[in-house]
Design a protein around this ligand. Structure first.
Ligand code: 5AD
Ligand code: SF4
Length: 451
């Protein structure tokens, strides 16, 4: 019998993509993947360390996994992802029951690492770099998180070193994938029936491959703009990309979206704060005005582009005035969605040495106030969709109602509508009948012939 591996994924889309990639390699090496830890011979946790709460989950989960099988001496437990990369060998001290620590660039070597642990080696660890940057990206369709939507990493790592952020340390420097490889992967996915791809990376618009093979014949102000046009030319019905970094957000990205219907009408452009003073302390590399200029450009596009952002409240030194600047910016930008985070001190980052001046209760109050302002802005935006017809990819059955399907619009809104399995995987037109806080409800108009 083949040994069974269960991988549990925390955190961002990059971790989801890494899990898919790890699963592909493991299956190729003779392992079976399973969906529950109870049947598994090997349990791997793919971890996130962006905030303290995310990191804590690893410790809780390891405890639970071990507690469920206290006498199982053959069970192998491994920690992969950002916590593994950051903590390294220290993890064996904090979690003596784990067997393997796998860094963020060691995923492709997982089969050999597990083999070593199965052979009885203790404390197996690999925090090394990728063997070959240009290979090992392929993901088998059975391992993808959805049969209709695929995540495609185009750039890994981060060179920005925002002062609060652990990512440059957990994921290393920016490394871009070769365009020809990305394009070939999308063509393959298209022939398999995928309807939507998300080009993913910590900063997709900082994309800078070593060679530009595959981009010949595509114009654009930056390699990312050329990649967008090249990917659009594959004819994949829907293409989304996330996350964009404000400083590198060239207006030509908007032009590329205007020129290509299949480049979706949604941009995620995190601002983090509306105060110049805090932006500077955060080392974001952009001012409030510079950010707002980019927003203006996006808002002036011929297509209405949905806009979402991230905010951190309670960064060290954030005063009432700084927070009010953030509130004002949020009102001005009229985001379609906002992810608000309470500042979480990450040891090893430059901000960790700053005195934390905002109390937990003040942080919570700011969080709530911001959320209320956003909810109101969002209510208006969402209400504006009632009566409009959206193109929706029917991704899966709704967990709330057996007769409903759920999917996303091109502008990345969650849309629920009555429909049966036969429609799943199709791009359909849905007329919106009701707006909720974070989703829309509607009725199927007809089968669209978008693809
Ligand atoms: N504390 C709180 N939020 C953080 N983020 C990143 N690092 C931290 C931190 N130390 C948020 C940022 C980023 C998002 C992915 O997570 O808003 O854009
Ligand atoms: Fe973190 Fe800043 Fe890099 Fe985003 S751009 S991953 S916030 S360091």
């Amino acid at each position: 019998m083949k040994p069974k591996v269960y991988i549990e994924t925390f955190g961002c889309q990059m971790n989801v993509a890494d899990t898919e990639r790890a699963a592909t390699g493991l299956r190729r090496s003779g392992y079976e993947l399973c969906d529950s830890e109870a049947q598994a011979d090997v349990v791997l946790l793919n971890t996130c360390s962006v905030r303290e709460r995310a990191e804590h989950k690893v410790y809780t989960r390891i405890g639970e996994v071990k507690a469920a099988r206290p006498n199982d001496r053959n069970l192998i437990v491994g920690v992969m992802g950002c916590v593994a990369q950051l903590e390294g060998g220290e993890l064996f001290k904090q979690l003596p029951s784990i067997d393997i620590v796998i860094g963020t660039r060691a995923t492709d070597r997982l089969p050999a690492l597990i083999e070593r642990a199965r052979d009885g080696e203790r404390k197996v660890i690999d925090l090394g770099e990728r063997d070959d940057q240009d290979h090992g990206w392929d993901v088998s369709p059975v391992e993808r998180h959805s049969p209709h939507v695929a995540f495609i990493p185009i750039i890994e790592g981060c060179n920005k070193f925002c002062s609060f952020c652990i990512v440059p340390y957990s994921r290393g420097r920016e490394r871009s994938r070769t365009p020809s490889e990305i394009i070939a992967e999308i063509q393959r996915l298209q022939s398999l029936g995928y309807r939507e791809v998300h080009l993913i990376g910590q900063n997709v618009n900082s994309y800078r491959p070593r060679v530009e093979t595959g981009l010949e014949g595509f114009a654009g102000a930056t390699p990312f703009c050329r990649l967008l046009r090249a990917v659009a030319a594959t004819g994949m019905p829907r293409i989304k990309f996330t996350t964009s970094f404000p400083r590198d957000f060239h207006p030509d990205i908007v032009a590329a979206i205007e020129e290509n219907e299949n480049l979706c009408d949604w941009i995620h452009l995190p601002v983090q704060s509306g105060s110049d003073r805090i932006l500077k302390l955060m080392r974001r590399g952009h001012t409030r005005d510079e950010y707002l200029k980019r927003i203006e450009h996006i808002k002036n596009s011929r297509r209405r582009l949905a806009l979402t952002s991230d905010i951190i409240v309670g960064f060290p030194g954030e005063t009432d005035q700084d927070f009010n600047d953030t509130l004002a910016l949020i009102r001005e930008c009229e985001y379609d969605g906002l992810y608000i985070f309470k500042y979480s001190r990450r040891s090893g980052t430059p901000a960790a040495s700053l005195a934390e001046t905002v109390s937990e209760s003040e942080m919570k109050a700011r969080f709530n106030e911001l959320e209320a302002v956003q909810r109101e802005a969002q209510r208006k935006i969402y209400a504006g969709y009632v009566g409009r017809t959206l193109s929706v990819l029917a991704e899966r059955g709704s967990t709330r109602s057996a007769s409903d399907l759920v999917g996303h619009s091109t502008c990345h809104k969650v849309v629920n509508f009555p429909g049966d399995d036969a429609v799943e995987g199709d791009i359909v037109n849905v007329i919106v009948t009701e707006a909720k806080t974070n989703s829309l409800y509607g009725m199927l108009v007809n089968r669209s012939s978008v693809a």
